[in-house]
Ligand binder design. Structure first.
Ligand code: GLU
Length: 512
C-alpha cells in the first residue's frame, strides 16, 4: 500500500528565516497538499551554541503570514512529537549505539589538540582537505585502534567521547534525486562525521535521519546546500536497515544574486536595498533591524506567488496563481536544476498585480489606516475614490497615501522646474476664467463637467488646452505629473478646487 505523503520543513532557529528557507517551506507545503499529504515542521535545534532567541516564533509568524502553516509542529503536535530536537534528546543515543554495535560507527576519544595536530600533519603532507576518514582514523584514538579493554575503561571512567560514522573506504553511494536524477559519490570523498557529540547531543546528520524515519517522512525537499550531505544520509538509512522507507530526495536549486553570479546573500539585499527576510527581524544581539517583505508593503499572496516561481514554473504562460491554484499546478518535475536569479522587480510586479486586483473599498482601508496614523480621518467613500484612482500607479499599499495625499491636502510646495517652464500668462488667464466658471457652476463637479468647463475656459482665451495643461496640474496639485487630473478634480470637489486655484493665482510668480 502506498504510504501517506509526509514532508517536513526543518529549519534551525539560528536567526531570521532567509527567503530561500521560505521557498523551501512553500514547496514542501505545495507538494504535501497536492498529494493529499501532511506538511510537518521540525525545529532542528541540536546545536545549542547557535540558538537565537525569537527565531522560532519568527518562523511560525512568517508561515502564518503566508497561510502555509504546518499540519504538525511544536505548536500543533501530531503523533510524532516532540517536534523540537532538543526535546527529543534522550531518543538519539540508542540509535548511535545500534550503529556502533553493527560496526558502522565507533567511539572516538581524540581531544581537540589531537585533532588539530592531525590536520596540521596532513596539511604539511599537502593533503588538500584534511579529514577524519577511512585512512586517518587508523592513526587516531578510537575504538577501532584502541584495545577493547581500554575503550571500556575510558567509557567507564566518564572520559568524553564522540561517536563517528565509519565510512567505508571504497564504495559508490548512489541516490536518485527527484530534481537532479542519479547522483553518484565515491565514499573516499566522505569523512567519518560525528553522529553523537561529547555533550550527549546528536549532530544534525544523526538527528535528521532518525527523526525523518520516526516521523515517517516520505520526501525530503530541501535546499541544494544539503546535497553534499545526502550520500551520508543514504548510508545511514542503509546502516539502520531503513532502506525500504528511505524518503525520496529533492534538492532545490540555489537562489542567485540579481546578476546571476553566486549565491544570494544578505549583503546583496543590503547593497541593492531589497528585503531578504519575510518579516522585520531585530537581531537580539546587535539590536539591528532588518526590514522584511511584509513591512515593506508586500501582500502575502503576491509574495507567495513570486516565491513559487523562484525555481518552478507551470510550463505555460500563466503567472498569477492563488495558493489553491499553486497547489493544483505544482509538480516537482517542473522545478529547474539551474539556480534562479533573484529579481526584485518581479516581486514588485507581482505586488502591483495583486494590489490592482483588489476592490477600491478594500484598498481604502489601507489608506484610512495610514491617514489615521498621521492623525487624520477621511470618509470611506472618498478614500475608495482616491484608492481607485491611485491603484494603477501604486506598488505598495503605502503608496496610496504617499502618492495620493495631494487629493486630501492642498499643495504647500510647487515643483520649481515645472513652475519655471510652464507657469506663464496663458496659464494664468485660463485658470482665472476656469475659477470664475467654477464659481458659477451650481452642480456637483464630475470629471466630465470639470473637463468641459476647463475646455471652455481655454477656448474663450483662444489658447490650446494642451499648452497649459501641465501648469493647471501644477497649480492644483503642486507637481507636474499624476493620475487623470479631471478625476482628481472630481474627488477634490468644487470648493477646494476653487480655493487651490485662487491660492496659485495669488502666490505663484511668473518666472519665464
Ligand atoms: N536543519 C537543516 C536546515 O537548517 C535542515 C536540512 C534538511 O532539510 O535536511 O536547513
Amino acid at each position: 500500500m502506498d504510504r501517506e505523503v509526509r514532508v517536513r520543513f526543518a529549519p534551525s532557529p539560528t536567526g531570521a528565516l532567509h527567503i530561500g528557507g521560505v521557498r523551501t517551506a512553500l514547496y514542501n507545503y505545495l507538494f504535501a497538499k497536492k498529494q493529499g499529504g501532511k506538511f510537518l515542521l521540525r525545529i532542528e535545534d541540536t546545536d545549542q551554541t547557535r540558538f537565537v532567541p525569537g527565531a522560532e516564533e519568527y518562523i511560525k509568524e512568517a508561515l502564518e503570514w503566508l497561510d502555509i502553516s504546518p499540519d504538525e509542529s511544536p505548536w500543533n503536535p501530531g503523533d510524532c512529537g516532540p517536534y523540537r530536537q532538543s526535546e527529543r534528546k534522550p531518543m538519539y543515543m540508542q540509535y548511535a549505539l545500534d550503529l556502533v554495535e553493527k560496526g558502522h560507527a565507533y567511539y572516538a576519544f581524540d581531544t581537540s589538540e589531537e585533532l588539530d595536530a592531525m590536520r596540521e600533519r596532513l596539511t604539511a603532507a599537502r593533503v588538500v582537505s584534511p579529514q577524519y576518514n577511512a585512512i586517518t582514523r587508523t592513526q587516531m584514538k578510537n575504538s577501532l585502534t584502541l584495545p577493547e579493554d581500554e575503550v571500556k575503561a575510558r567509557l567507564a571512567s566518564g572520559e568524553p567521547y564522540v561517536i563517528r560514522v565509519k565510512i567505508p573506504r571504497k564504495e559508490e553511494v548512489r541516490l536518485n534525486d527527484m530534481i537532479r536524477g542519479w547522483v553518484m559519490v565515491h565514499s573516499n570523498t566522505l569523512d567519518d562525521k560525528v553522529l553523537m557529540k561529547s555533550d550527549g547531543m546528536p549532530t544534525y546528520h544523526l538527528a535528521n535521519i532518525v527523526d525523518d524515519h520516526l516521523m515517517e517522512i516520505t520526501h525530503v525537499i530541501r535546499g541544494e546546500e544539503w546535497l553534499p550531505s545526502a550520500p551520508l544520509h543514504v548510508l545511514l538509512y542503509k546502516y539502520f536497515g531503513w532502506e525500504d522507507t528511505m524518503p525520496q530526495f529533492a534538492h532545490l536549486p540555489l537562489l542567485l544574486k540579481p546578476d546571476g553570479n553566486g549565491k544570494l546573500s544578505k549583503r546583496d539585499a543590503e547593497k541593492h536595498g531589497f528585503p531578504i527576510f519575510p518579516l522585520d527581524w531585530k537581531d537580539p544581539n546587535s539590536g539591528d533591524l532588518v526590514m522584511g517583505f511584509r513591512e515593506q508593503g508586500y501582500l502575502p499572496d503576491a509574495f507567495l506567488n513570486f516565491l513559487s516561481f523562484l525555481g518552478w514554473n507551470p510550463g505555460d504562460h500563466r503567472e498569477i496563481f492563488s495558493l489553491d491554484e499553486l497547489v493544483e499546478a505544482f509538480s516537482v518535475e517542473r522545478i529547474g536544476k539551474a539556480g534562479t536569479k533573484f529579481d526584485i522587480n518581479k516581486a514588485k510586479w507581482y505586488n502591483e498585480q495583486y494590489l490592482r486586483a483588489k476592490s477600491d473599498e478594500e484598498l481604502a482601508n489601507y489608506l484610512m489606516q495610514d491617514l489615521e496614523k498621521e492623525g487624520f480621518t477621511v470618509e470611506a467613500g472618498k478614500a475608495a475614490q482616491i484608492a481607485g484612482l491611485m491603484k494603477e500607479r501604486a506598488t505598495f499599499p503605502g503608496d496610496l497615501w504617499k502618492e495620493g495625499k495631494f487629493m486630501l491636502f492642498p499643495p504647500t510646495t510647487f515643483d520649481e522646474a515645472v513652475l519655471a517652464k510652464r507657469w506663464n500668462q496663458e496659464a494664468v488667464s485660463v485658470l482665472a476664467t476656469y475659477k470664475e466658471k467654477l464659481e458659477n457652476f451650481h452642480e456637483e463637479l464630475t470629471s466630465e463637467s470639470a473637463k468641459s468647463l476647463l475646455e471652455q475656459s481655454a477656448a474663450e482665451n483662444d489658447i490650446k488646452l494642451g499648452k497649459v495643461m501641465q501648469a493647471v496640474r501644477l497649480a492644483t496639485t503642486g507637481v507636474g505629473a499624476g493620475p487623470d487630473l479631471m478625476a482628481v478634480f472630481a474627488i477634490i470637489g468644487k470648493e477646494e478646487l476653487i480655493r487651490r486655484i485662487g491660492y496659485a493665482l495669488e502666490n505663484l510668480k511668473i518666472i519665464a
